[in-house]
Design a protein around this ligand. Structure first.
Ligand SMILES: [Zn+2]
Length: 114
């Protein structure tokens, strides 16, 4: 049997290979939610030391998106953008945890109580 061709497998992304490249990969949502959005960690991320390897010398960082921006203006306009707002909405939902996975498999604490 031949390989069946699926349509719309790439969700209108022109370059699928680029999306899977690790170079452009940012942190996962649960990492941001559980580690970066902690007020102590957030303050550290927003006031990073000057780093010549990161864009904008690591001075303009968006914590929610885990991305560096070149200028303050770029960061300000990013905060107003759809991409950032969508990301914030995703972050407001609870992260997928190990407990949730265990609960789904019937191994969680809730099932033991019953
Ligand atoms: Zn952002």
């Amino acid at each position: 049997m031949g390989r069946l061709r699926r349509s719309r497998a790439h969700h209108a992304r022109r370059d699928v290979h680029r999306a899977s490249r690790t170079r452009v990969r940012t942190k996962d949502l649960d990492q941001i939610q559980l580690i970066d959005l902690d007020p102590k960690n957030r303050a550290n991320l927003e006031a990073q030391p000057i780093d010549f390897d990161t864009p904008g010398l690591a001075q303009h960082y968006c914590v929610e998106c885990a991305k560096y921006y070149e200028t303050d203006h770029a960061l300000q306009s990013h905060w107003k953008s759809k991409v950032h707002k969508r990301r914030c909405k995703q972050l407001r939902e609870p992260a997928y945890t190990i407990e949730e996975a265990e609960r789904a498999a019937g191994l969680g604490r809730e099932t033991k109580k019953v």
